[in-house]
Design a protein around this ligand. Sequence first.
Ligand SMILES: [Cu+2]
Length: 495
Amino acid sequence: MTALNRRHLLLGATGIAGAGLLSACTSPLNKPGTPAPGSGASRSYPAPSLAPAPGRSVVQQTLAPRPVTLDLGGLTAKTWAYDDSSMGVLRGTAGDLFRITVDNQLPASTSVHWHGVRLHHAADGVPGVTQDPIEPGTSFTYEFVAPDPGTFFFHPHSGVQLDRALYAPLIIDDPDEPGAYDDEWIVVLDDWTDGVGRGPDEIFEEFAAENGAVSMGMGHGNMRDMGHGASSPLGDAGDVEYPHYLINGRVPEAPATFEAKPGQRIRIRIINAASDTIFKLALGGHTMTVTHSDGFPVEPVDTAALYIAMGERYDVTVTLRDGTFPLAARPEGKTGTARAVVRTASGDAPSTDAPVPELDGDALLGTQLRAAAQARLPDGEPDDTFDVELNGQMDPYGWGINGRKFGDHEPLDVSPDRRVRMRMTNMTMMAHPMHIHGHTWGLPGSGGLRKDTVLLTPMQTIELDLITDNPGEWMLHCHNIYHAEVGMMTTMRYA
Ligand SMILES: [Cu+2]
C-alpha cells in the first residue's frame, strides 16, 4: 500500500484532498472547541477553552475504524484497523489543536485513547469514565491541545480491540527541536494473532471464564506451563503465545526496510503496541543512544539493546554503518523474533535467522534512565502518598489492584495542586507495565525521569510522583490488555 493510497483512505471521509497524511492537515482556527458531547462521565469536570497555542494550528482528520484485510507480508489477515494498510501516522506540533473525528464503521462500539498525551478529561477516550462508547455507525469528535512534544500512539480503550490492528503512531513535533539527525524512522512493534490464530475476544473469554479472585499479598506466580519458549530476567513476561511478531505490520520473511546512506544519523521512534508482549530490541552491528522515554528527553545513554514494554516508547539515535542490518525485537519469554531491515548498501538482506548478538547480552530498562535537566520532575516531599499493590496470578487467571478488580475498585481520591506519590509494589510473579492517563509521572528513584508507562518486575517497588494539575477521573492500569480487561485497572479521581 503506497503512501498515496493511505492518504486517500484516511482523509477520504473528510473530503480534504492534497494534504499529506504524514504531516496531517491543518485548517484555520474556527472557534474554540466546546466540551465533547455525549460525555458519560459519572461526574463532570471543567473543560478548558480549546485553542491552539500562539502560532500553532489545527490538525484535523477523520479516522474510520473498520473491518479490513491486511497484508502482513505474504500473509493476509482479516482484522479491524483505522486504515487498509498497517500504519498511518498522525502528526502535529506541540501546542496544536487536534480535532479528530472517529467515524465508527466497526460492528462494535469503540473509542480512541491518545496514549501518553496530557490532554483534558473529556478527550481521554475511556467509555464509562470520560465518554459514552462510540456506537457502530456513529461518530465522535475528539478535540484537544497536545502540550508536550514526543512519541505517542493511539488505540481504542474498548475491550481487547488493541490486539487487532487498531493502533497508529501519534508524533508531536517540538518546534524548538534542534533536529540533530538526518532522518527519522518510526518503528511499531506488535504481537499478532487476529485473523490467523485465535481471535482476541476468544482469548479473553477463556481467561475471563477462569475468574480468579485477587487478594492482597503475594500471588501464586505462574503455576501453569504456558509453553513459553524462553525464560526472561523480567520474570514471567506474557500470557499468550502469538503466531507472529511484527515490526511495522510485517512478518520477518517480508520485512519493513529503512533505506539510508552510510554515516547518516537517524532517529528511531520505537513504540510497543503489543497487547501481551515485552520486547528486547537491538539494531545488529550498532549501538543505540537512547534520547527519550515516553516522549520526554533523558540523559543520553548508549546501549546495545533495550527492553520495551507494552505502551512504552523510546527514541534512540544511531549512526549507520555501511551494509544491511537487522532491527530485531525478541518477545520476552516467548518464541520468535520480530524483524525489520536497515539498508545503507546493496546486497542481500540479513536472513530471518541471522544472529543478532546484541540480543544475547544485557538490555537497558527504562527505570535505569535519568531525566534530562529540562524534563526532570524536581525532587520534593509528597503531599499525599498512596500505596498501590499489584495482585493476581495465572491460575486461576485473575489480576487486580489493591486486592480488587476494576468495577469493585476503590479510586485513588486526590485533591488538586498536590504532589501525589504512588508507592507501587508488584506482588506478583509477572512483569506489569503500569500506565497513567492525563499525567506524566516523575520517578524520584530515577532522577526525576518522566514516564507514563512504567514496567514493574516481580516483587519490585517503585515510587511514582505526579502533580495533580489536570482535574478528572483518570485510568491507572496495566497495559497488558488481558490483565487490564480482567480487572487490573483503577482510577485516580479528583475531588
Ligand atoms: Cu499486567
